[in-house]
Design a protein around this ligand. Structure first.
Ligand code: NAD
Length: 245
C-alpha cells in the first residue's frame, strides 16, 4: 500500500545552493523533513536526506520526490556561466522533466524560484505589479530561459485535483553565504575597479534579504490551495524600497 505523504515533508531541488540552503534551514526550523535534490552536496544537516543527481534525469528525481506533497524548485545554472545550451537544457527541458515527475508521483504543490528580470526590458520599474507582461526582449539568454521556465510551471497548474503551482520572483538576493553578489562587489571595489557608472547613476536596482525571499517561498507554499488566488500566479518579492545607485 502507498504511504500517505506527511504534510510536513517536502523536497528542495537546488537545496545545496545559496537560496536553497537558507530555505532548507527555515523549513527544518518549521518542523518539515526535507529531501534535497542537487547535482552537488555542499553540507550535511540532521533532518535532511540528500539525493545527488541532474534534474534533467527523471529517474534520478523520482526517489527524492516520492511521497512528498510539496516541492520547491530553486535550481539553475549560474547566470554568469553564459552557456546557452546549459540554460536551455536545465531551465527549460529540465523544468519540463520536474513537472512530469511531480505529476506522475502525485506531488500536490510546486513552488518555483523565478526572477524579477522576466519583466525587465531596460527601463526602470518602480512599484511594478505582476500585471506587467513578460519582457518581449529579455536582457540575456538566461532570462529568456527563466521566462520559458516560469510559463511552463504556471501553465501546469491544475486546480481540479492535480498539481498546484506558484512562482516567486526575487531580483538580487543578499545575505550570509552569498557566493556572488556582495563578494564580487567588495572584491571589485578592493581592486579599485568600481569606477564605472552605467547610465547616469540614477538606475534603480532591487536587492532582497535572503530570509525575506525564503519567507515568501514558504508563505506561498502554505497558502497554495485549489481555491486560493495564488494558483498559477507569479509574485514579485522585494524589501520595502528599491535602492538608488
Ligand atoms: P546557486 O547557484 O547558489 O544554487 C543553484 C543550485 O542549483 C546549486 O546548488 C546547483 O548545484 C543546483 N543545480 C544547478 N543545475 C542543476 C541540475 N542540472 N540538477 C540539479 N541541481 C542543479 O543559485 P541561487 O542564487 O541560490 O539561485 C537559486 C534560484 O534563484 C535560481 O533559480 C535563480 O535563477 C534564482 N534567482 C537568484 C537570484 C540571486 O540573486 N541569487 C536572483 C533572482 C533569481
Amino acid at each position: 500500500t502507498r504511504v500517505r505523504p506527511s504534510s510536513k515533508r517536502c523536497a528542495v531541488i537546488g537545496g545545496s545552493g545559496f537560496l536553497g540552503r537558507h530555505l532548507v534551514e527555515k523549513l527544518l526550523e518549521r518542523g518539515y523533513s526535507v529531501a534535497v535534490f542537487d547535482i552537488r552536496q555542499s553540507y550535511e544537516l540532521p533532518g535532511v536526506t540528500f539525493y545527488q543527481g541532474d534534474l534533467c534525469d527523471k529517474e534520478a528525481l523520482r526517489p527524492a520526490l516520492k511521497d512528498v506533497p510539496l516541492v520547491f524548485h530553486c535550481a539553475s545554472p549560474a547566470p554568469a556561466s553564459d552557456d546557452r545550451a546549459l540554460f536551455q537544457r536545465v531551465n527549460v527541458q529540465g523544468t519540463r522533466t520536474v513537472i512530469q515527475a511531480c505529476t506522475e508521483l502525485g506531488v500536490q504543490k510546486l513552488v518555483l524560484t523565478s526572477s524579477a528580470s522576466v519583466v525587465y526590458e531596460g527601463a526602470d520599474i518602480k512599484n511594478g505589479t505582476e500585471d506587467i507582461p513578460y519582457a518581449a526582449k529579455p536582457m540575456d539568454y538566461y532570462t529568456e530561459t527563466k521566462i520559458k521556465q516560469e510559463k511552463l510551471v504556471l501553465q501546469a497548474c491544475d486546480k481540479e485535483g492535480g498539481l498546484l503551482t506558484v512562482a516567486i520572483r526575487p531580483h538580487g538576493i543578499f545575505g550570509p553565504r552569498d557566493p556572488q553578489l556582495v563578494p564580487i562587489l567588495v572584491d571589485t571595489a578592493r581592486r579599485g575597479k568600481m569606477k564605472f557608472i552605467i547610465g547616469d547613476g540614477t538606475n534603480l536596482v532591487d536587492f532582497t534579504f535572503v530570509e525575506n525571499v525564503v519567507h515568501g517561498h514558504i508563505l506561498a507554499a502554505e497558502h497554495l490551495r485549489p481555491e486560493s488566488p495564488l494558483c498559477g500566479k507569479p509574485y514579485h518579492i522585494t524589501n520595502d524600497e528599491p535602492i538608488r545607485f
